[in-house]
Each structure stands twice: as C-alpha cells, then as structure tokens.
Design a protein around this ligand. Structure first.
Ligand code: PLP
Length: 452
C-alpha cells in the first residue's frame, strides 16, 4: 500500500486494496441480484481493464492473467493491432449478415482458415459466434454429409452448452442435470489417460484400449458402424483436465474412421489457435480432421466460431445452415489480425514459454507429494493435485485453495477436471511473467499443504 501503480513494474501484479476491494464488492452484490446464478466464479475478480497479460480490477489492483479469459485472449488483452483492426472495421461496417449478403472480410477470413487448417485438403468455412455453435455446425454437417445420425464422443469432453453440443459434453452431471433428454444418437467412449478412463496407466496401451472400446463395443452394439456419422474429439482434453493423449490414439481413431466411413471432428475450440505451440493441436499428432471446430482464441475476445470442413463434405444447400451474426465483419477483422500475430511470433512464443514453464515444473511431482502430474503442450498446462501419489486420489479442495491463494497474490488461474490447476496464459506472456507465476503458485502450494 502507499505505492502507486506507476512505481512498480507494470508487467507484474500489484495489489492496493484487500480483495475483493470496496468497488468490487459493490458490483458483486448487484451481480448476485440480477445475473444468472448458473455462472461459476472461482474468486471475486471484477475486471476494469486489461493490457497484454495484465488485468486491472475496479479497485486498481493489477493481476497477472494466467487463464487468458479462459483461453480466449490469445494475443493478450487489447493488443494494439487487434484494437486498431476492430476500430477501423467498426467505423466502416459493423454488420450486414453474411448469410444474405457478401462482404470481403468474411471471404478473407475463410480463405485464411482454409489455408492454415491442418492437412492439405480443400476446405470451406461456416461461421457462428461461439465454440458451441462451431460444434453444432460440425455435428449437423457430419449428419448431412454422411446421411448417418450417430455421433461418438468421449467422457470428460466439453463441447459447449447448446442442446446438440451439450449432448456430447460429459464433463459434469450439473451441466446436463434437468435439461434432458439430450439429442438422440450420441454415445460416449473413454478418453485415454483421462481421470475417468478405466484402462491402464500407460498412455499408449490405454489409447489402444479406448479405441478398441469404440470398435469392439460401441460399433457392435449401440452405434452400428454404418449408422455412425462422426467421432468428435478434443485433441487435448480441455475442461476435462488438460489431458494430452498419445499419437497412437489419433492413428487408431483415423484407422477406425477410415475403415467404417466415419468422419473425424476435432474440437480445437480450446486447444487450437496456437495455444499448444503449434497453430493446431492436431499437428502434434500428424492428425487431420475432416471437420475442425474453432472458436475461443480465434478473434482475441470477440465472439466468433468457425466450422472448417473438407470442401467435398460442405455441400449443403442454401438455407441449410447459417447464423445472423456468425462471421460478423468486426469479429472477422479481429480474427485476421489475431492470426497474423500468431503467425508472426506468438505461436513460437507459446512453444518457447510453454517449454520454459514445463522445465521449471517437471520436478514438482518429486518435490510435492500432492502433485500427481504436470502435463501439457505449449501454453496449455495442467498440474494435477492428488491426496497422495500412490492412490492418485483427487484433491479438489486443495486445488481450489491454491487457486484462491494465487488470486490473493495477484495471479489468476482456473481449475480444469476435478483437481487440475489449469495454466493457459495469453500467448504474449513473457519469461519474467512465467517465472513470477510459477514462484507464486509454488508458494501457494506450500501454504495450502501446510494448512491442510
Ligand atoms: C473444447 C471446447 N469446445 C467447446 C466449447 C464451448 O465454447 P463456447 O463456450 O464458446 O460455446 C468449449 C468451452 O470451453 C471448449 O473448451
């Protein structure tokens, strides 16, 4: 206290009030009266503004954002080039509806996404406003293109909350309870090496078992092979706990899909757009989806989703699928600038900073008996907290305690899975910021262990 924000480093946290401060408390009290109680807030952060990887709250407290608005602000908060692109486009044309009229921003972004999508295949793009809509488009297209109705998804997966996407989502009962029945025709398989997977602990054999379950059980019982339109999978499990499957999983999925005329939908809503240190997570596994769902990081915070499909699949007729706001020119302009920044330097920075974070945390399981695992790709890192390493029993309360303490020390992180600390900072993060976050988290972990 006493120091002004200007007297301390602007790229690191600086707290000037108790948390939450008086203004934050007032906003939260009003929020509690009028905003849907279904929102899950992990701690009382009330944002006022953001710049790069820093966020300032309404009381002037500055935080280091290690969750990037839940893996959204890929280029950091309010990147000047993104802001400039948004302002210029907003002054030119805010809306016209790409469903009924033409504008070049939509075409330019579709061309770019078609160019950078994984695999050397011609692509077409359908736009929506969110990850859930990108998945809705993917599901509808898979059904339309194959004339089949069944979809195979994975336990622990999160694909959004609209009814089609929700039918695939199987992360937590609370996300589905009271909303049934779901869309018919969706069945689930275990996701390899995930906390809900019943198979062994060794990733490769586990991946083989998971696909075997699809082949030998699902396709031969509840989802006859000739009726399955698609297998929908997150290449890295996001909300389910930042789980990275082995390459074998994708090789096996591709084999089963090919042999049975089933399409592969990759949900890269969270793991795409450079987050894993490659533009697409699929690239780590040499895997190529038939349909790719993209959102979150695509437009640095403006609402946009895209279904990027093989051109020979996207043959639905006029009127079959569209969205009034999907591919809005301002969001498209933000997305094109985001992709340019990713290509120029940020994907590479994500790989470099991700490797640095991993290097510094790889010995945590040896140093802390409550750390079961540190895993991830690029800037998509999960730290699994457990009661003890032998049983691998989850430690959700310890995880939440660490998140709360980190907030009190100015570092914003979130959970994923049942007891994973999720690190997904903006791709502009610096080495000093990474070091600060690690040292803070380490301190919080020690304090939480001491208190437990
Ligand atoms: C992998 C994945 N798919 C889909 C979604 C849904 O995205 P949205 O919340 O934009 O609808 C999410 C959101 O967290 C996600 O992580």
């Amino acid at each position: 206290m006493g120091k002004t924000i200007d007297q301390v480093r602007p790229d690191l946290p600086h707290l000037v009030t108790e948390l939450p401060g008086p203004r934050a408390r007032a906003v939260i009290a009003r929020d509690e009266r009028v905003v849907s109680p279904s929102y899950t807030r992990s701690y009382p952060l009330v944002c006022e503004k953001g710049e790069g990887a820093m966020v300032e709250d309404v009381d002037g407290n500055r935080f280091l954002d290690f969750n990037a608005g839940i893996a959204v602000v890929a280029t950091g908060h309010c990147h000047p080039r993104v802001v400039d692109a948004i302002q210029k486009q907003a002054a030119r044309l805010i809306h016209m509806s790409g469903t009924d009229f033409y504008y070049e921003e939509l075409v330019l972004l579709a061309e770019k996404l078609a160019e950078i999508a994984p695999g050397r295949v011609d692509r077409r793009v359908s736009f929506g406003n969110s990850g859930a809509e990108a998945m809705e488009g993917s599901l509808k297209l898979a059904r339309y293109a194959t004339g089949r109705d069944k979809i195979i998804a994975f336990y622990g997966g999160f694909h959004g909350r609209t009814m089609g996407a929700l039918s695939l989502t199987s992360r937590k009962a609370v996300q589905r309870a009271g909303f049934g029945p779901m869309m018919p025709g969706v069945v689930h398989a275990p996701y390899p090496y995930c906390y809900r997977c019943p198979y062994g602990k060794e990733p490769e054999s586990c991946a083989v078992e998971c696909v075997k379950f699809i082949e030998d059980t699902l396709l031969k019982t509840v989802a006859p092979a000739q009726e399955v339109a698609a297998i929908a999978v997150e290449p890295v499990l996001g909300e389910g706990g930042y789980v990275v499957p082995p390459k074998k999983f994708f090789d096996e999925l591709a084999r089963v899909a090919r042999q049975n005329g089933i399409l592969l939908i990759f949900d890269e809503v969270q793991c795409g757009m450079g987050r894993t240190g490659r533009m697409w997570a699929a690239e780590h596994f040499d895997a190529v989806p038939d349909i790719l769902a993209v959102a979150k990081g695509i437009a640095s915070g403006l609402p946009l989703g895209a279904t990027v499909a093989r051109a020979d699949l996207m043959t639905w007729p006029p009127g079959a699928h569209a969205s009034t706001f999907g591919g809005n020119p301002v969001a498209c302009a933000a997305a094109r600038t985001t992709i340019a920044l990713l290509e120029e330097e940020l994907v590479e920075n994500a790989a470099r900073m991700g490797a640095h974070l991993m290097d510094r945390m790889l010995d945590w399981p040896d140093r802390f008996p409550v750390v079961g695992d540190v895993r991830g790709l690029g800037l998509m890192i999960g730290i699994e907290l457990v009661q003890d390493q032998a049983t691998k029993e989850k430690a959700p309360r310890l995880r939440d305690k660490v998140l709360g303490l980190a907030f009190e020390r100015g570092v914003l992180a979130l959970g994923a899975g049942d007891s994973t600390l999720r690190l997904c900072p903006p791709l502009v993060i610096t080495r000093d910021q990474c070091d600060f976050a690690i040292e803070t988290l380490e301190g919080c972990l020690k304090e939480a262990i001491a208190e437990a």
